[in-house]
Ligand binder design. Structure first.
Ligand code: SF4
Ligand code: SF4
Length: 136
C-alpha cells in the first residue's frame, strides 16, 4: 500500500461524473480530499491523497486522465528551516492554500504541511531563504 498526492483539474462537463466513486469501487483506492475548489459552471480542482496498491493507483489515475481530468503528481514537498524563522509573516501573505499561518496567540509561524500544495510561492517570499523543495 502506498500514499500519493495529486492535484486534479477537471473541466465543467466532468464535474457531474462520480469519479471518486469509481476510484473507490473499481480500484480499491481510499481518498482523502485535502482541498477542493469547485464552482458551478466552471472548472474545478482538487487536492487528493490516494491510498492503495501502487498498480491500482496507477490504473485509477489513468481512468481519470481518460475522462479529461489532468492529474499532477506531488512528488515533492516544501521544507521549512523553522529553527531560523523570525516569524515576520511574509510567507503567510502568499500562501493561498492556508498552509502557512500566524498563530493568533503567540504570533509564531504555523506550518501545516498537510495543506501545502507545493505552489512554491513561499520560497521567494522569505527574506531569509528558509524554504526549499525536497524531491522524494
Ligand atoms: S508551497 Fe505554496 S502552499 Fe506550500 S507552504 Fe509554500 S506558499 Fe503555502
Ligand atoms: S517569511 Fe521566512 S522568516 Fe518570515 S515567517 Fe515566513 S519562514 Fe519565517
Amino acid at each position: 500500500m502506498i500514499k500519493k498526492r495529486y492535484v486534479l483539474n477537471f473541466p465543467t462537463q466532468s464535474g457531474d461524473k462520480a469519479f471518486t466513486y469509481h476510484l473507490v469501487k473499481d480500484y480499491d483506492i481510499r481518498i482523502n480530499i485535502l482541498k477542493a475548489e469547485v464552482y458551478p459552471g466552471k472548472k474545478g480542482s482538487l487536492l487528493l491523497e490516494l491510498h492503495g496498491k501502487k498498480e491500482n493507483i496507477e490504473k485509477g489515475v489513468e481512468y481519470l486522465q481518460n475522462h479529461g481530468i489532468t492529474c499532477e503528481s506531488l512528488d515533492k514537498a516544501i521544507h521549512l528551516d523553522a529553527e531560523h524563522c523570525i516569524d515576520c509573516g511574509n510567507c503567510t501573505a502568499v500562501c493561498f492554500a492556508g498552509s502557512l499561518t500566524m498563530d493568533k496567540e503567540t504570533w509564531k509561524l504555523d506550518f501545516d504541511k498537510d495543506k501545502c500544495v507545493v505552489c512554491e510561492l513561499c520560497i521567494p517570499a522569505c527574506p531569509l531563504n528558509l524554504f526549499r523543495i525536497d524531491f522524494r
